[in-house]
Write a protein that binds this ligand. Structure first.
Ligand SMILES: NC(=O)c1ccc[n+]([C@@H]2O[C@H](COP(=O)([O-])OP(=O)(O)OC[C@H]3O[C@@H](n4cnc5c(N)ncnc54)[C@H](O)[C@@H]3O)[C@@H](O)[C@H]2O)c1
Length: 374
């Protein structure tokens, strides 16, 4: 079985789908791994690193894709002026982040080919699939990096410092949304010495927030709504709840130095939580990092991919934060892929996908190829 790892072509995408440490596991499963020359360099993995662990390096892209059974990419295959990745795909399985609702052009082109496409962002949120969950592994690192970026833009220190020249007060950080990214943002801000607050519509997050040493800001809601669906995701809250949440946020946001917002509702635009008025109430010099920027933003003022200065406050709308810690994010993504393939192995060998398995069924959004190994 030939597994192919192309170099990513999107601007700012420095990750790679498979890292050298995973090649031995893939070889054991029966894969011959072919990596495009310099595919790993953005994550500091050299061609020699791949060769040392048993992969073959391919310089010619046509040769690379020839007779491929599996293609592993971070970003969806695309058709660009300089490279038409889609034209190389024939009779193969593609494992990638597809987001077919958002990138309809590519989806429609891929749908016409004799290939299977696995959208890894659709991994079901079940305990068994945790080790295959690319969204979690990448969100965790994004939560960490959001705090580091905020700290580097902030003109004050994070920890309390008692010096002979006077006392430096600790930074106050509010994390909105305590999912995977939010909880890592809380942990990182705590490690840097900030005083951390958080809120989430899901009542179950209170315990997790408090266990990290942060204070949970609670919306008083007599309806006793858990705020979550049966699959553990946040749900759209009532207008009454949203009004109370906005009032509570207005009261709290003016005391904060840094706000990290991570709130998302699956398959919906990001909820608008931070209004322009709220940013006006914030202290001069304060910072908002809007991790929901890619999905429309939690803050009314967010500009995706920019640092927007508004009345001496900065609103950061980061693009692909996980790629800014590419060595670790690539390694975790790669491990998730290996675990996903391992899940379909019989006696340690990969022969074909286990089509009866929920994780295979849920992630395979284009299924135009059935047969041996396919
Ligand atoms: N395989 C697994 O079992 C698995 C994997 C990953 C996550 N999970 C769980 O899934 C749940 C969702 O995590 P996630 O990181 O994917 O979430 P997410 O990225 O979908 O959303 C981020 C957070 O924003 C919150 N949110 C949504 N609307 C909000 C609003 N208006 N105000 C404040 N907060 C709001 C959500 O409740 C969530 O905590 C968590 O319980 C997590 O532990 C399970």
């Amino acid at each position: 079985m030939k597994l192919v790892v192309p170099a990513e072509i999107y601007d700012g995408e420095s990750r790679v789908g498979i890292t050298p440490d995973c090649i031995p596991s893939l070889s054991k499963m029966g894969f011959s791994v072919f990596v495009q020359s310099n595919a790993g360099i953005g994550s500091s993995f050299t061609d020699q690193d791949y060769k040392n662990t048993g992969a073959k390096i391919s310089v010619n892209q046509k040769e690379l894709y020839k007779n491929a059974d599996l293609v592993v990419k971070i970003q969806r295959p695309t058709k660009q002026k300089k490279i038409n990745e889609i034209s190389f795909l024939k009779n193969c399985n593609v494992l990638t982040l597809l987001y077919e609702q958002k990138f309809k052009n590519e989806y429609n082109l891929l749908k016409k080919l004799k290939i299977n496409v696995f959208a890894l962002e659709r991994m079901p949120r079940i305990s068994r699939a945790q080790s295959m969950d690319v969204l979690s592994s990448q969100s965790n690192l994004s939560g960490y990096k959001a705090v580091i970026d905020a700290a580097s833009q902030f003109n004050k220190a994070f920890p309390l410092m008692m010096t002979s020249a006077g006392t430096v007060a600790p930074a106050k950080v509010l994390v909105i949304g305590a999912g995977v990214a939010g909880l890592q943002a809380i942990a990182t801000a705590k490690r840097l010495g900030a005083v951390v607050f958080s809120f989430d519509v899901r009542v179950s997050t209170k315990e997790q927030v408090e266990s990290l040493g942060a204070k949970f800001i609670e919306v008083e809601d007599k309806s006793k709504d858990s705020g979550e669906t049966s699959s553990g995701y946040a749900k759209e809250m009532s207008q009454g709840y949203k009004k109370k949440q906005a009032k509570l946020l207005e009261e709290n946001i003016k005391k904060m130095d840094i706000v990290i917002s991570t709130a998302l509702i699956p398959d919906k635009p990001a909820p608008r939580i931070i209004s322009k008025k709220m940013v006006e109430l914030m202290k001069v010099g304060s910072i908002v990092v809007d991790l929901a920027s890619e999905f429309g933003g939690n803050c009314e003022l967010t500009k995706h991919g920019e640092i927007f200065n508004f009345k001496s406050k900065k609103i950061i709308g980061p693009k692909n934060l996980a790629a800014t810690v590419s060595q670790d994010s690539s390694r975790l993504f790669s491990k998730n892929v290996v675990n996903f393939l391992m899940n379909s192995c019989e006696s340690g060998k990969f022969k074909s996908f286990n089509w009866e398995d929920e994780v295979v069924k849920e992630t395979c959004v284009i299924k135009n190829l059935i047969g041996k190994g396919k």
